[in-house]
Structure formats: C-alpha cells, structure tokens
Design a protein around this ligand. Structure first.
Ligand code: SF4
Length: 217
C-alpha cells in the first residue's frame, strides 16, 4: 500500500472531532478538487512508503491509539484496503474511512464494516460530476456526509442534496467552509434561515490549532 504519511494527532473533523487519532494517508486520488489541501499527495512524483496491511496494523498498535482514520488522496483506491480495514477492526480499532464520494461503497460494506465519512463535492470543487449518488442508499447512522462549501451557490446545492436524499434521517450531516473562501458565520446564517435541523457546521479543528498549511497534524 502506498503510504505518504502516518502520524498521531487529533481528529480535525467528523463525529470524533477533538479525539486523539492515528492517521494513515495514502497516495493518489481520482478527483482534482479546486480547493484540495493535499494536492502534493496526489502528484505522480510524490514519494511514498510501500507498506503491507500487516505493517500498517503494527504501526497503529505501537501508537497505542485505537481511533484510526484512513485518508488520502482517496484511500479506497488502494488494492488492499479491504484487508487493512478488516485487520484493524479485528485488532480492536475503530476505523474511519475518509472517502471522496466518487468511489462506489457497495463492495466495502461486509462486516467488519468501517465508518465512512463521505464527501459530497459541491459545484465549487469542480468535481461534482464524479459523485456516485447510489452511495447515499448504503450509508448508516454511524456514517457522515460532509459538504465542503465555498460559496452561497455551494450552500444552496448542499441543501438541495440534503433534502432530496433526506440525508439527516440516514446519517450525520456536516457543512464545512472552504478555508479562506467563505466565513463560517455565513454558513450559520444559512442554516438558521433555512431551518436546516440536524445539519451541523464543522470547522476543521486542526486548521485552528496549527498553521493551516502544516502537514502531519
Ligand atoms: S477528493 Fe480530496 S484528495 Fe482528492 S482532489 Fe479532492 S480534496 Fe483532494
């Protein structure tokens, strides 16, 4: 598996935001979002460490942290991701997959099933056409759909999708600002004005605690 970085920090987002977590970031992505903050990890020349699922499990075990986030890039593009998820869960870890919404989740639902935090790419990302809408059907109450929003148009589209798929009944729903493009207060006002019950604003905590450009946090 192509690992570009691995580290212990806190979860910056999702239902476990603020908790200690171990991160494993994989190389490569099948999208190219305008606001991507890990573009470096998707470049062909990006250096990586080749690790087997067993070696990754061993690394996680020696950190002593059981809250594991597999991210990228797009982690589901790694051939052995299913094996890794199974081994991590069998070793007593809670496994969260950060996925971009452009990979079908059907083949990852067998037990032991990880928790998915799935993006829905809004128009401002330039990647909306890649979204696999059928994924909404397979989400559970443990999972999260995250809308990264950089404009009022993005917010309107997020509301349309949330309403059309009745998302708040299916899973957790978060809206996050594109750092520097929209003020969080605009999202708050939008949520209140549109009475978007059960939808949460989420600020990426790691970008508040550390320099937003800092890696490995
Ligand atoms: S899906 Fe994520 S990693 Fe891939 S280009 Fe978009 S923001 Fe970057």
């Amino acid at each position: 598996m192509k690992v570009v970085e691995k580290f212990v920090s806190i979860n910056g987002e999702g239902v476990r935001a603020g908790e200690p977590a171990v991160f494993v970031r994989f190389k490569g992505c099948n999208l190219a979002c305008t606001y991507c903050d890990t573009k470096w990890a998707n470049l062909p020349e990006c250096k990586f460490e080749e690790m087997s699922p067993e070696e990754i499990v061993e690394y996680v075990a020696q950190t002593g942290i059981t809250n594991v986030t597999l991210t990228g890039g797009e982690p589901l593009l790694q051939k052995e991701i299913r094996t890794l998820m199974t081994l991590l869960v069998e070793n007593g870890n809670r496994v969260e997959i950060e996925t971009n919404g452009a990979v079908k989740l059907d083949s990852y639902l067998a037990e032991p099933r990880p928790v998915f935090t799935m993006d829905y790419k809004l128009p401002g990302s330039g990647a909306e056409s890649g979204m696999q809408m059928s994924n909404f059907e397979v989400l559970s109450h443990e999972d999260t759909v995250k809308f990264v929003s950089g404009s009022m148009d993005d917010l309107k589209r997020a509301k349309e999708i949330i309403d059309r798929f009745d998302l708040t009944k299916r899973c957790h729903v978060y809206i996050s600002p594109v750092f520097g493009n929209i003020e969080p207060v605009q999202i708050v006002e939008f949520l209140i004005k549109n009475k978007m019950n059960d939808v949460r604003l989420q600020i990426q905590i790691h970008k508040v605690i550390w320099d937003p450009e800092k890696r490995g946090v």
